[in-house]
Design a binder for this molecule. Structure first.
Ligand SMILES: [Zn+2]
Ligand SMILES: [Zn+2]
Length: 132
């Protein structure tokens, strides 16, 4: 599976099926993404491979105190993945897939911080993924 940032400077491939797919409504994902949630396609970090360009990185702390690296295109700003090396999980931005139909979310995360105007998808179950 392949994907790219908005300006196409960054291109990547994902070498394995996801461990989990879901929507993260945490405040950090909302601020970074400018959206109600982050479309998370979770894989093991070694299953992500850059095929073009170089990602910039910003590290912050999750509510649980883990180091969370956000990897993004330095030219157009598209966030490509969020990674916590403490738990060996990389969450790829499913909205950057060349074929977005590949994304099939199964869970919600931090749905309690969804904006009041956003209906949380009723078919998805709450889940606590590792890394956040
Ligand atoms: Zn870009
Ligand atoms: Zn989040």
């Amino acid at each position: 599976m392949t994907g790219a940032c908005f300006c196409k400077a960054i291109k990547y491939e994902v070498l394995a099926e996801s461990m989990m797919q879901g929507l993260c409504y945490c405040a950090d994902c909302q601020t970074v993404g400018g959206s109600a949630y982050w479309a998370s396609y979770a894989i093991s970090p070694e299953h992500f491979r850059l095929t073009s360009g170089e990602l910039k990185k910003y590290t912050s702390r999750s509510a649980a105190g883990r180091a969370v690296e956000r990897h993004f295109c330095g030219d157009c700003g598209t966030q490509i993945k969020v990674q916590s090396n403490d738990v060996s999980v990389a969450s790829v931005n499913a909205m950057t897939f060349d074929d977005p139909a590949h994304f099939r979310p199964q869970y919600t995360h931090f749905a309690q911080s969804a904006p009041h105007w956003c209906d949380v998808h009723p078919k998805l179950s709450p889940f606590q993924p590792p890394g956040e």
